[in-house]
Design a protein. Structure first.
Length: 140
């Protein structure tokens, strides 16, 4: 075998435009609505679960355990909402034409005898503006 395909990470970088801001804000608003629905569902299911446990005559320790699980989920949802609100605020304050790391995707690269491995596995970047690829950086 003289060559092999290896997986590497490619970073997606978006150039901030008004369209980018609007799209990102819409996605974050949808995620906030989802968090609100999760919170409502948790409250409903939590009340029902507590009622069921009380009807069964569960011990105080069992009820406290259920209450603490509900509270943990409540706190997780609150933290998630706070993070989303922070991102929403950050997006509104970004300078136009600045770069924002959107995430990473996997990519495969062929490596053969004689290649510089570290250069091949370097972290390339795909620069996009309003969804259109503008540049590919760090690619051999």
């Amino acid at each position: 075998m003289q060559s092999i395909s290896l997986r590497r990470q490619v970073t997606i970088v978006a150039i901030v435009t008004e369209q980018f801001r609007q799209q990102a804000a819409a996605e974050l608003q949808a995620a906030l609505q989802q968090s609100d629905m999760e919170a409502q569902q948790l409250e409903f299911q939590g009340k029902r679960a507590l009622g069921d446990f009380e009807k069964r005559g569960a011990s105080g320790a069992e009820l406290e355990n259920v209450k603490s699980q509900i509270e943990e989920q409540r706190n997780r949802i609150k933290a998630q909402k706070a993070e989303l609100l922070g991102k929403l605020d950050m997006i509104s304050k970004m300078e136009m034409n600045s770069e924002f790391i959107q995430g990473q995707v996997d990519n495969f690269v062929d490596v053969k005898v004689g290649d510089h491995l570290y250069a091949k596995l370097s972290n390339p970047q795909i620069i996009v503006k309003d969804g259109i690829v503008q540049e590919i950086r760090g690619e051999e």
